[in-house]
Design a protein around this ligand. Structure first.
Ligand SMILES: Nc1ncnc2c1ncn2[C@@H]1O[C@H](COP(=O)(O)OP(=O)(O)OP(=O)(O)O)[C@@H](O)[C@H]1O
Length: 279
């Protein structure tokens, strides 16, 4: 369980069920040092279950999980629940540092650098419960990475965060990866997924696509059209800005002018293609 493969860590063919619900079916995810792997998918897709299985909080019924030793893992649960609301920013850091036996000059240096990078260095005496949502998420991030984990797992770190704090958070995440950490993050923001090294698209517990973002876009199934009105059945059309997107399986028909897909289109196209196959 604890050995790193040549390429890093991750899950191999894991299946997780809760009673009658199959939350994950045969899902493989690679966590590679120096890279950010984004896990994307809609509500109930299985993102949280995958991350919790990766950090050892859920045991898969089938498949293998390989991660570094627990002390080398950092986990930021969803909704900044890793933050103690009744403690100040500084006290939160001290509390988590004690759990990792960090102290002295090493802790002072780490605390100073992280809180500054997160824009929290002027808020050290504020109660975490009184911080804005974005600041609290950034504090949760700092706590997860305080002990310089080799594997950092983040569950929707930027959900509900304003655009400026999202940029800050993304900078912190990129820096962690640049320092050699293997980062795995669930996100519902597809612009973030597009900037990751690899993406795993989940839908109802199943992996619909995985690979570098450019490959996911290139592999996007079917044909995407845009216009003022749906070009096919309403269940295969959706609004995007002022335009309507329409999708169909197969290749372009005579007279159609398919448009290039971005990550948002690709995620919808993979999901529709999967539903199409099922019917
Ligand atoms: N502890 C649990 N007991 C029973 N069912 C669960 C449990 N945890 C998750 N599930 C179910 O497993 C499926 C996947 O849930 P999960 O929370 O992993 O999805 P998600 O992609 O993180 O979605 P969301 O962003 O909405 O939380 C859902 O159908 C969910 O209801």
């Amino acid at each position: 369980m604890n050995a790193a493969s040549a390429d890093g860590w991750g899950t191999a063919g894991i299946t997780v069920g809760f009673g009658d619900t199959l939350a994950l079916r045969d899902v493989t995810l690679a966590a590679v040092p120096g890279q950010v792997a984004a896990v994307v998918g809609g509500d109930g897709a299985g993102k949280t279950t995958l991350l919790r299985t990766l950090v050892g909080r859920i045991r898969p019924q089938v498949g293998r999980v390989s991660v570094p030793a627990t002390v080398d893992c950092g986990f930021m649960p969803t909704g900044a629940s890793g933050v103690w609301q009744d403690l100040t920013v500084d006290e939160n850091v001290t509390f988590v540092a004690a759990a990792h036996r960090l102290n002295g000059a090493e802790l002072d240096q780490r605390r100073g650098a992280l809180l500054k990078a997160a824009g929290l260095d002027r808020a050290t005496d504020r109660l975490a419960g009184h911080l804005s949502g974005g600041m609290r998420q950034k504090l949760a991030f700092c706590l997860a990475i305080l002990h310089r984990p080799k594997l950092l797992v983040l569950d929707e770190p930027s959900t509900g965060v304003d655009p400026v704090s999202r940029v800050d958070l993304w900078r912190l995440i990129s820096r962690a990866a640049a320092d050699g950490t293997a980062v795995v993050m669930a996100t519902t923001y597809l612009d973030e997924a597009e900037r990751a090294s690899t993406c795993l698209l989940l839908d109802r517990g199943k992996a619909l696509a995985s690979g570098p973002p450019s490959q996911i876009l290139a592999d996007s199934p079917g044909v995407l059209l845009t216009g003022d009105a749906p070009a096919g059945p309403p269940e295969l059309s959706w609004r995007r800005g002022r335009q309507t997107r329409s999708w169909h399986a197969g290749t372009a028909r005579p007279g159609e002018r398919p448009i290039p897909v971005d990550m948002e289109d690709a995620v919808i196209a993979f999901t529709l293609a999967d539903q199409h196959r099922e019917h």
